[in-house]
Design a protein. Structure first.
Length: 289
């Protein structure tokens, strides 16, 4: 009877999500990896934010033959986001259609049991991108995938040390690999419509973390009029927020709270403003009364 034990895990962390890991990723092994996994008794299990690769202890010798072979045993996976909004909530600056994010464990080792980050900077960036026609991707991407590539390719090399950890009670048998993605940061812009189009209104942050400036009156589609307020700095997008932005009004008795807690930015509604001479993405938030 087969008994599967963990060989390694790989997780994609992300600042956007409340639990810190990406939801809805699909991991597709390349053809060679699929063949090796079948022959060596390996299987993939989904975990929060990533995958765990398990091995059949009854086939350890088969796995060992691959590890000790002339060709390195690299397990390569293509990673696809299932959520269409993934790119909108992620700060991934790949500025060329001929490039793709690529990480591997070849140069990222660990002497202890700590988790292993597969990139040098705090977050994955353009530094971790390679060309689609790179030798590192030979046999990995099909013809169609070169025109519509995955967002990431990850390669995990299995070496003798990985096998020697198995059955050793002093170390964890599975190596824990991860990468970290930064939440997208954009300017936030509130449009106040209807009865809110009047003088004396302003936006305030209860915690003093953000500041908003009035952009005056703007005409929207359908000849609707609005008063706009835009954040001074870029703010991160998140699944849920701790911000406490308020709409206030100045009157003779001081500042009066009109809306105790304003709605937060979404990842589905963006526009552009020219800010300091540059075209910048803004998250548009509409409030009508």
């Amino acid at each position: 009877m087969s008994h599967y034990a963990p060989l390694f895990t790989f997780v994609v962390e992300h600042d956007f999500y409340d639990d810190g890991v990406v939801h809805g990723l699909s991991f597709k092994p390349c053809e060679r990896t699929t063949r090796v996994m079948s022959n060596a008794g390996l299987m993939v299990k989904s975990i929060a934010g990533g995958i765990a690769v398990l091995f059949d202890e009854m086939k350890k010798e088969s796995l060992q033959l691959y590890v000790e072979g002339d060709e390195p045993l690299d397990l390569v996976f293509k990673v696809y986001p299932e959520d269409a909004s993934f790119g909108s909530r992620s700060d991934i600056s790949i500025d060329s259609a001929e490039m793709i994010l690529y990480v591997n464990n070849h140069d990222h080792g660990s002497d202890g049991d700590e988790r292993i980050k597969l990139h040098d900077d705090s977050y994955v960036s353009m530094i971790d991108a390679i060309r689609l026609d790179s030798d590192q991707l030979a046999g990995v991407l099909g013809r169609r995938e070169k025109f519509s590539p995955p967002f990431l390719v990850v390669s995990v090399r299995i070496v003798k040390d990985d096998l020697s950890r198995i059955g050793n009670p002093d170390v964890s048998p599975a190596k824990d690999y991860y990468i970290r993605l930064k939440a997208r940061q954009v300017f936030w812009k509130y449009y106040l419509m209807g009865a809110f189009v009047r003088e004396g209104l302003f936006l305030s942050d209860v915690d003093g973390l953000a500041e908003f400036v009035s952009m005056g009156k703007e005409e929207l589609a359908g000849h609707r009029e609005a008063i706009a307020f835009r954040s001074v700095q870029k703010l991160p997008l998140k699944a849920s927020f701790d911000y406490r932005f308020q709409l206030k009004e100045k009157d003779s008795n001081g500042d009066k709270v009109i809306i105790k807690r304003l709605p937060m930015a979404e990842v589905t509604r963006f526009g552009r403003d020219v800010i300091d001479g540059s075209s910048e993405v803004v998250s548009e938030i509409y409030i009508n009364c």
